[in-house]
Design a protein around this ligand. Structure first.
Ligand SMILES: Cc1ncc(COP(=O)(O)O)c(C=O)c1O
Length: 434
């Protein structure tokens, strides 16, 4: 059916021409412009954007340095497949990134999306170890392509009707302290998770046949779950013991989101392979599978490739992003503003019985909502209502968690104290209005 396109009526129009398969078509804002921490819509409204396009526009919308770098590269050329040519932004980026990456992460396969970076990591791990097994974690989210969906268990609807998946994948419990069956504390959560992993080794696949353990340092889509401090180091020890590769999916946690450039640095753990994307180029599509030279050099010519990966405009933007994070002290701002926002969340937890947990790391923060008087029954309905109440008051946040019971806040790293306080006031009003 043909109809006249009306941008202000995005919900009606989108339902005619866009597939409904996205996780949730929320809030479908008709954005016409964005600047810094703000989105502007066709009806003239201004919104405080605490989604950053799902952890992408970390240095703020339309940062002039990023735009200038991209614009300049567009004047030069905007595409030429890597291999046929090689270009300066790509080489410069591959030289600049190791300075901010965890030690030893110094060779790159550039792609376009987070899922592609995960695919590359899984393929590399199997290729170099010659082993079939992959261990991922319950509640993890790694993307929508087949390999990435095969290691994703944040919601079964992401897997529904897509069987059979890539074989050889096993799932261990993630240490989710708030919902740990052994007890709501870090020690219990760690015990529960590592016990589950040991059970996989004992009953399902011996560790000598496992190529990689793949893990998000903080679970994103799964509910902004921060593991106990000892979790990633424990995985490192297990990987060293059995010659298993440790893959960190830092697609969401990377580029300053957790208060360090990468969460690996927060938890002081050395990965073998990393998947990075989202914040890398502040919105230009770019990602990378990263490993040490010694590992990467075993990936022989022809074994992996891409047409669009390592796009010159995106690489030029990524170089500017690194400069901006450093020169504007955005890691420090992330830690400061993150602490302020989390303290505010903790006050809201004391004030409202519906808030079961307030948690997060850096500027990756969330409230988990429950049904008061019913233990920890997840309250997805209330979370949606809070999101809508916030939206009415000019604040955009997002959902996460198995039942969408987690309201997640992902402000840009440039966020100011005034904006944090404004968001907290709006959130307070939105919870009060329930
Ligand atoms: C941890 C993690 N890995 C992978 C992905 C997939 O990234 P993309 O949507 O760019 O394919 C996401 C996306 O949300 C993510 O959060």
């Amino acid at each position: 059916m043909k109809a006249n396109y009306l941008f202000t009526d995005t919900h009606a129009w989108s339902s005619q021409v866009l597939m409904p398969s996205f996780a949730e078509d929320w809030p479908l804002l008709p954005a016409v412009r964005a600047e810094g921490a703000y989105l502007f819509t066709a009806d003239g409204r201004r919104y405080l954007d605490f989604t950053s396009g799902i952890a992408v526009t970390n240095v703020g919308h339309g940062h002039p340095r990023v735009l200038a770098a991209a614009r300049q590269q567009m004047e030069n050329f905007s595409h030429s497949a890597v291999g046929i040519t090689v270009h300066e932004p790509l080489l410069k980026l591959a030289q600049a990134l190791p300075e901010v990456m965890p030690d030893g992460m110094d060779m790159f396969f550039f792609g376009n999306s987070g899922a592609e970076a995960v695919e590359g990591a899984l393929k590399l791990a199997r290729y170099v170890t010659g082993r079939p097994g992959i261990i991922a974690f319950e509640g993890g989210f790694h993307g929508r392509t087949y390999g990435a969906a095969s290691v994703t268990t944040s919601k079964s609807k992401y897997r529904k009707h897509y069987e059979p998946f890539v074989p050889g994948v096993y799932f261990a419990p993630y240490p989710y302290s708030y919902r740990c069956p052994l007890g709501e504390d870090d020690d219990s959560a760690l015990k529960w998770s590592l016990g589950g992993l040991q059970k996989i080794f004992d009953r399902l696949i011996p560790p000598e046949e496992v190529a990689a353990i793949l893990v998000e340092p903080v679970q994103g889509e799964g509910g902004y779950v921060v593991p106990p401090a000892g979790f990633l180091p424990a995985l490192r020890t297990i990987c060293d013991q059995y010659g298993i590769l440790l893959i960190l999916d830092e697609v969401q946690t990377g580029f300053g989101r957790t208060g360090e450039m990468f969460a690996a640095q927060v938890f002081d753990v050395r990965p073998d392979i990393m998947a990075i994307a989202k914040g890398i180029a502040n919105g230009f599509p770019l990602s990378a599978t990263v490993a040490s030279q010694s590992l990467m050099c075993q990936w022989l010519p022809g074994s992996h490739g891409t047409t669009f990966g390592g796009n010159p405009v995106a690489c030029a933007a990524a170089l500017a992003v690194l400069d901006v994070i450093r020169e504007e002290n955005l890691l420090e701002n992330c830690r400061k503003m993150g602490t302020r926002l989390l303290q505010g969340f903790k006050r809201l937890k004391e004030k409202y019985a519906i808030v079961g947990d307030a948690r997060g790391l850096g500027l990756m923060l969330a409230l988990e909502l429950i049904v008061p008087g019913q233990g920890k029954a997840p309250n997805g309905e209330a979370a949606m209502a809070v999101l809508n109440n916030c939206l009415e008051r000019g604040l955009v946040a997002y959902m996460a968690g198995l039942h969408n019971q987690v309201v997640r806040f992902i402000p840009p790293l440039i966020v100011t104290q005034e904006q944090v306080d404004e968001a907290l006031n709006i959130l307070d009003e939105s919870l009060a209005a329930l």
